[in-house]
Design a binder for this molecule. Sequence first.
Ligand SMILES: Nc1ncnc2c1ncn2[C@@H]1O[C@H](COP(=O)(O)OP(=O)(O)OP(=O)(O)O)[C@@H](O)[C@H]1O
Ligand SMILES: [Mg+2]
Length: 402
Amino acid sequence: MKDDLAFLSEIFKIVEGALRLDATKVRNYSQLLAEKLEANGESASARRLRRLLEEPGNQLRPLHLDQNALPPVDGESRFPLLERLSTRAAESATILTEPQMRLVDEFEHAVKHRAALENLGITGSPSLLLYGPPGCGKTLLAGDIARKLELPIYIARLDGMISSFLGSTAKNIRAIFEFAARTPCVLFLDEFDAIAKLRDDQQELGELKRVVNSFIQTLDMFARDLVVIAATNHEHLLDSAVWRRFTFQLEIGLPDYSTREKLWRQFTSTISLPKREIEVLADLSEGFSGAALKATADRLKMRTITHREPPSLHLAMRTLLAHAGAKPDRWLRPELLDDPLKLHKALTDRSAKLYSLSMISALTGQPKSTLFRHLRTPEGKPHPPNARRTTVHQSHPAQARA
Ligand SMILES: Nc1ncnc2c1ncn2[C@@H]1O[C@H](COP(=O)(O)OP(=O)(O)OP(=O)(O)O)[C@@H](O)[C@H]1O
Ligand SMILES: [Mg+2]
């Protein structure tokens, strides 16, 4: 700790000189600091400082006031180009798999120790590209990372910006990078494909291609002073020149079973569902995004308040399907809900143990007795009342296998 404070007096003098725009004072005390660092065995840091002093562009001059503190706006429309995101409390942290967590950890460490990395000759700040389908936690994760780094996060929504102000895009991008480079923050480039996809598109105008190239140049120019996270749903549109500029790339795909279990548990924590129901929901929601799970859980919670009913699996299943629409690669499809026989078969084929008759009854909202009747006739039609005497319990496939 004492060593960390050894250079404090020089640092204060440098800050004082900078605030008074006294370039000589800043230079003299920076020289002194470099000498002290050298004497202290910190030669790499001393070299870095001396290089900074030699760079021709580094003159002390006041910046225009509104450039200085406020996020930039589009020159003509005054539309804000950056928006500060609020980083939420720790309990809503993004749920990730182990390998994903390890990569995020590595990125955070690299950002925290970037001065040390630079001394090892690794120039340029670490950057992270997040890619994957919508609603799986990219934006949430960017906020989590910023919170852990104790930095504010500014988001640039590139798609909207380019479509609204194409003519001034290059200028706007520069303004964004300039702001982020002199503000301790995480710069979050959302809808990143909006930039990247333009370059290879033969249909696009020369103007767009120029924008992409100038984006890459500007990124390179400011890379040393930025902590950039970018996110895209269309990673296949990114060309290798763009891909290469990110130190870390992380796929945030659709949640796997164990992630879905954790998500359901987090989202329903206030209505505490039994473990078995969480397992059922985690299985049913294969192929759905975290956002669809969240919307479903919210609906369940709302219902428990407005109707004072316990959470219903039937409502959960219907909401899940309504929120996410039908996708061919999901096993749970809306038409299954209208056909108890098919649904029963689909569920018991997946797991006869998990999908007991009581569970199927809870999921379909049909009494067990009705289900029995459907199951006893191949067409799904009920038997006449006097034919319902047989010991259906023993012949029920789900129970026989359970
Ligand atoms: N892995 C996850 N952990 C926790 N919550 C999640 C996760 N995935 C999705 N969610 C929930 O879904 C919401 C939407 O996620 P988010 O906005 O981060 O998705 P996204 O990947 O950025 O989507 P898009 O590509 O559409 O921007 C989150 O606010 C959160 O409530
Ligand atoms: Mg997002």
